[in-house]
Design a binder for this molecule. Structure first.
Ligand SMILES: [Zn+2]
Length: 379
């Protein structure tokens, strides 16, 4: 993985490169960022960069033998530790060594995958993953071995939250690793990491990925048309993982649908709304959910626009938001529309009947737009 392949996170990249250029890279790093911000991608990019024999100031070359090995996660001096499960049927002990092949396959195809997806990938079903005390002892052993290639040894520990108290076994190692060793921990929630570990690592915080960065990658790598890339980027809330999920579920440009729905809601076109609901209800649950989430984002953009006159939207969407923000709809009314949409989306996710939910939601929204109290009319 090259730094160039990590979505956004330019400040973190610059920070890591800066430390390396000044010879100040610590021996234990903790990269922390919410799901979808690319912590693991960044750890892999830093690893390849450090191993590269022909790097520039900004990135690995991507071509040298070390780069090739690192890119395939097959470099002998790069080790990985991650949550695993005990598989009693196949008699597989919960150790990273026993799941390395799967981890490689998962990570190379889902670098932005979630821990939940990883655990499903190894058929954990309801089992919680874990990084055990035994695993910690193996980590220590591995890092005390001589480097195969005589250079740097790197240990990436993905989701140290899963260490629990076993993490204490690693304290001495993290504080004083053997020479030429770098330990990179990649977490999503600092609060779940032992304070004794936290105090021994240098923390690199990843902010939510900027929508414009997500949009760029969706347009260039996934060949999305600009309007759809923008929509998905806006809905992804800073998570590239979420953007990839939305990408699978959103078939069409959602804007024309949203515009049509609002036009009918504003003009009290009950028959039109019924037809619209019928059509939407025929689509899958994920489509319905995505549509409602998209409308929520449009309304949130409307509130932002009203107060700041700024928006990340463009063209038709921007015009729509400008128009909506100029209506007499109060802040409270928009807020309550958002809550209703969110509730309906949640119910649909929980298998409620889509058609009934969407119909009730439409009626509620029509009344709200007319500024009438609806609590007694529709429940
Ligand atoms: Zn290279």
């Amino acid at each position: 993985m090259l730094f160039a392949d990590v979505v956004g996170q330019s400040a973190a990249k610059a920070h890591l490169l800066g430390m390396w250029q000044q010879n100040h890279l610590p021996h234990a790093l903790l990269i922390n960022g919410k799901e979808g911000t690319g912590g693991l991608a960044l750890a892999l990019a830093l690893t390849q960069f450090l191993m590269c024999e022909d790097k520039s100031k900004e990135d690995a070359c991507g071509k040298c033998p070390n780069c090739q090995k690192a890119a395939k996660m097959e470099h002998a001096d790069v080790h990985y530790s991650f949550p695993t499960i005990r598989n009693t049927e196949k008699k597989i002990e919960p150790l990273s060594n026993n799941y390395l092949k799967e981890f490689r396959k998962f990570t190379l195809s889902h670098t932005y995958g979630t821990t939940y997806e990883w655990l499903q990938f190894i058929n954990a079903e309801n089992k919680q993953g874990n990084i055990s005390a035994e695993e910690c002892r193996i980590i220590i052993e591995k890092l005390n071995l001589k480097a195969y290639e005589g250079g740097l040894k790197i240990m990436i520990i993905w989701r140290p939250e899963y260490l629990g108290k076993s993490g204490n076994i690693l304290l001495k190692l993290i504080e004083e690793p053997p020479a030429d060793t770098l330990i990179i921990l990649v977490s999503e929630s600092v609060e779940e990491i032992l304070p004794t570990i936290l105090s021994r690592v240098q923390l690199i915080k990843l902010p939510p990925t900027q929508a414009t960065e997500i949009e760029k990658v969706l347009a260039s790598q996934h060949k999305l048309e600009a309007s759809k890339a923008k929509q998905i980027a806006m809905m992804a809330d800073g998570s590239y993982t979420e953007a990839l999920t939305l990408l699978q579920h959103i078939e069409n440009d959602l804007f024309p649908m949203a515009k049509q729905w609002f036009n009918m809601l504003f003009t009290q076109n009950g028959i039109g709304v019924s037809k619209f609901v019928e059509e939407l209800a025929k689509k899958g649950r994920e489509q319905q959910k995505s549509f409602l989430q998209y409308v929520i984002h449009l309304l949130e953009a409307t509130i932002r626009h009203r107060y700041t006159h700024r928006s990340i939207l463009a063209n038709e969407e921007l015009a729509f938001v400008q128009k909506l923000s100029a209506t007499a709809l109060s802040f409270e009314a928009i807020q309550s529309l958002i809550e209703d949409l969110d509730k309906a989306s949640y119910c649909i996710q929980r298998n409620a009947n889509g058609k009934i939910q969407l119909q009730a939601l439409s009626i509620k929204m029509m009344y709200a737009i007319q500024n009438k109290k609806v609590s007694s009319l529709v429940q």
